[in-house]
Design a protein. Structure first.
Length: 225
């Protein structure tokens, strides 16, 4: 099941603004029911601002009302709007002049919220360059002191579908990389276990030398026939 963007922030909003059960919220957000209960009790996520899943098109009011009326029902993600075919453009995304000053804010938000995104993905989402991205990351950008992380979707730099697609691709690539690394580590451990230790090889060498000396001694002491 696909999870909503920023599951914990979505859970905060659902706890504060709906009559859904903890189980329903936990199922939709991919969380443990006790974690949702802790959010309701104010024990965790106290500094997280709730993210409205209705405003970003991931849920409908009708779907929430349906599940509020039936505690056994489970929320279903709203289908994405039909994508309108767009002409493919070559080169970086064009960003209006009025929005260019806000690009560092969008970059900072993406770096903080989705560290799994690659530099190329971030550059494509907000129409920036790698030099600007690195400057924001290292806090050497000329307006570093005034940067305020803001959602690029809210700033109109990319669509929610584009952001969601980029995050899902990044997570799939990370999962594959983690699995490959785990396999390599297991293989390395197996090879290390099968290889003879230096100490055992040394013992075998000593035994061979000792056996060879005794055989030579016996040959010298035995009388000639």
């Amino acid at each position: 099941m696909a999870l909503p963007l920023m599951p914990k922030a979505t859970a905060v909003w659902l706890v504060e603004n709906t009559a859904l059960t903890f189980e329903q919220i936990a199922d939709f957000c991919g969380m443990h029911v006790l974690e949702v209960q802790a959010i309701a009790d104010g024990e965790v996520a106290t500094g997280i601002v709730g993210l409205d899943p209705i405003a970003n098109g991931q849920l409908t009011r009708e779907e929430i009302a349906r599940c509020e009326g039936d505690p056994k029902a489970r929320l279903k993600m709203a289908p994405p709007p039909e994508a309108v075919p767009k002409a493919k453009q070559k080169g970086p995304r064009y960003t209006p002049v009025s929005k260019r000053q806000e690009r560092p804010d969008a970059i900072a938000w993406l770096l903080r919220q989705y560290p799994e995104l690659s530099d190329a993905q971030i550059c494509k989402l907000v129409g920036t360059t790698k030099a600007t991205l690195n400057a924001v990351r290292s806090k050497t950008h000329w307006k570093a002191a005034s940067i305020k992380p803001r959602d690029p979707v809210d700033l109109g730099m990319c669509s929610l579908e584009e952001l969601h697609g980029a995050v899902q691709r990044a997570r799939r690539l990370k999962a594959k990389a983690d699995a490959r690394k785990a396999r390599q580590e297991r293989q390395a451990d197996q090879n290390a276990g099968e290889a003879p230790s230096d100490e055992s090889m040394k013992d075998e060498s000593v035994q061979d030398e000792s056996g060879g000396s005794e055989s030579s001694s016996e040959a010298v002491e035995s009388p000639a026939s």
